[in-house]
Design a protein around this ligand. Structure first.
Ligand code: ZN
Length: 289
């Protein structure tokens, strides 16, 4: 299906990673410079090395999502679900359940297109893609909630940021949010799985336990991070069941994206903004190691 293009875009995303120098919060931007939607993917989560994990589940909801919710509930873990509008319109009850169970809803576009040149040439189409999800998730979010966007396939154009930031409603989003783990499958020379990407595991007909090894090894090597998964496959819940319990056992802390301190610098400033509790990197620098 779209695995080939997804794979290609992941390579593209990796290449972008090398070229994208993040400011790293070295200076405090003025209000005018706080860009909400950024001109490049936000690659730096600040969670690597902090024993803290933000699970993110893309492309849902669908009929396989409730099992993922059950698996998360069993471990008492909250995550972030990047919602596709087309899916949410087909499964409105499941969308509502994701929010009701304490997970954060994020925006992953209306129909999951590659947001390339076509959307630079047609900014109204870009606005429509983000708005399609915004109208579905905003009513389900608590007042004062933070809003995050992830680009389909990680594909983004510099020009998109200005278009979206000029919209009085949509400029509230922080993004595009990238990931630290789950981007691709890699193996050592002797065949050990070093990292996994769930969609590619299923494409290769791997079972969840094999796929989980790649996730676990990459997360442990990094000691935390933003983890990319999907909540729409028949194996999605089994993957959560294989990945999350060992990490809970090892003392990892699980957070939603609105508990990631690094992203705070990108938020739209508001006068009465409550202070988000510091997670991970603050103070002692590590959490429950
Ligand atoms: Zn996606």
């Amino acid at each position: 299906m779209k695995n080939a293009i997804f794979g290609a875009m992941l390579v593209f995303g990796t290449a972008m990673f090398c070229g994208a120098a993040q400011a790293g919060g070295a200076t405090h931007p003025s209000d005018d410079e706080v860009a909400y939607f950024q001109t490049k993917n936000i690659f730096h989560s600040g969670l690597v090395g902090t024993h803290t994990i933000a699970l993110t589940f893309d492309d849902g909801p669908n009929q396989n999502t409730p099992a993922v919710l059950e698996a998360l509930k069993a471990e008492g873990v909250k995550g972030t679900f990047f919602i596709v509008g087309r899916m949410a319109r087909a499964y409105p009850d499941i969308l509502a359940r994701v929010a009701a169970e304490g997970h954060l809803l994020g925006n992953h576009s209306g129909t999951h297109p590659l947001l390339g040149r076509r959307y630079v040439n047609h900014p109204e189409m870009l606005l429509d893609q983000i708005r399609q999800v915004d109208v579905l998730i905003t009513p389900l979010m608590a007042p004062g909630s933070k809003f995050y966007f992830r680009a389909p396939y990680g594909s983004w154009r510099t020009a998109h940021a200005a278009v979206l930031n000029a919209d009085p409603e949509l400029k509230k989003y922080v993004g595009p949010i990238y990931w630290d783990e789950g981007g691709d499958i890699t193996k050592s020379s002797d065949g050990y799985v070093l990292s996994s990407a769930d969609w590619d595991c299923w494409h290769r007909h791997w079972d969840a336990d094999i796929c989980a090894k790649g996730y676990l090894r990459e997360i442990r090597r990094h000691d935390g991070g933003v983890v990319l998964m999907h909540c729409i496959h028949t194996q999605s819940a089994a993957l959560v069941e294989a990945v999350v319990p060992p990490l809970v056992e090892e003392g990892y802390k699980f957070v939603r994206l609105d508990q990631v301190p690094e992203y705070k610098q990108y938020e739209t400033p508001t006068p009465s903004e409550p202070v988000v509790a510091s997670v991970g990197g603050g103070g002692s620098g590590t959490v429950a190691r």
